[in-house]
Design a protein around this ligand. Structure first.
Ligand SMILES: Cc1cc2nc3c(=O)[nH]c(=O)nc-3n(C[C@H](O)[C@H](O)[C@H](O)COP(=O)(O)O)c2cc1C
Length: 222
């Protein structure tokens, strides 16, 4: 697949076929993604690949944490306010997703079900958790590097017919996840990436997304 095609076609996938993702394929994707750039080639990223029973256990526990409405304690602070422009985009994508599910704004129960489904990681058959070492002295740059390799993973996965979605909600209750991970307490959990074969017909995988125009985001200095 052409790089440009992969960049333009990739989209977040939130409904998957039940088929498992072959470990050889995940290995191939991560092996290629290792060539992503990083600060001083430090390669601060570390990954857990979680499938099968441990993943099912986590999906149930994370869904339960959502239901309990406890205080999230993510290792990486989540944004909680935005400039007007950013907020508009955030609200717009949320509305598009809910519209695609046929959920009205005032359908509190339906929205709650969607929230739980999200915290259950959309029942994806594979989860990659990207972490950095707790001892990192520049969390910001390490996270930038994690972002770079995460997009590379998503593009490579797309090239191999897999769908992905980056999920902050996978690391919102990190204690739940760390209890399942060897040496989990030594890491800062940065982001989850779910993988699986996309259910191509599902409206949640097909709604239109917008992007800001170049004029909105670029200042040419000549
Ligand atoms: C850091 C990060 C965290 C995200 N967390 C979530 C999440 O918790 N739940 C979700 O449904 N999508 C999540 N997304 C996906 C974004 O909503 C999505 O990338 C954005 O709306 C653009 O849509 P696209 O990926 O289809 O192009 C996340 C994306 C990023 C980059």
């Amino acid at each position: 697949m052409e790089l440009r095609q992969a960049v333009q076609e990739r989209r977040s996938i939130r409904r998957f076929k039940p088929d498992p993702v072959p470990e050889t394929l995940v290995r191939e994707i991560l092996d290629a993604a290792r060539w992503s750039p990083s600060w001083g080639n430090t390669q601060p990223w570390e990954f857990y690949v979680i499938t099968g029973e441990p993943l099912q256990k986590f999906q149930a526990a994370n869904g339960a944490a959502f239901d309990e409405k406890g205080q999230p304690q993510p290792d990486i602070k989540m944004p909680d306010s935005w400039t007007e422009e950013l907020k508009k985009r955030y609200m717009a994508i949320g509305k598009s997703a809910l519209d695609s599910l046929g959920l009205a704004r005032d359908d509190a129960a339906g929205r709650n079900d969607h929230g739980r489904n999200m915290f259950r990681l959309f029942n994806a058959p594979c989860l990659i958790v990207a972490c950095i070492d707790k001892r990192s002295t520049s969390v910001e740059y390490a996270l930038l590097d994690v972002g770079l390799i995460s997009q590379t993973i998503c593009l490579l996965a797309h090239d191999r017919g897999l769908g992905t979605c980056l999920l902050a909600c996978a690391v919102r209750f990190p204690a739940v996840l760390k209890s399942l991970l060897p040496d989990g307490d030594d890491k800062l959990l940065a982001i989850g990436i779910i993988l699986g074969y996309p259910d191509g017909d599902a409206p949640i995988n097909r709604f239109a997304r917008e992007r800001a125009t170049l004029d909105e985001i670029v200042t040419w200095v000549k």
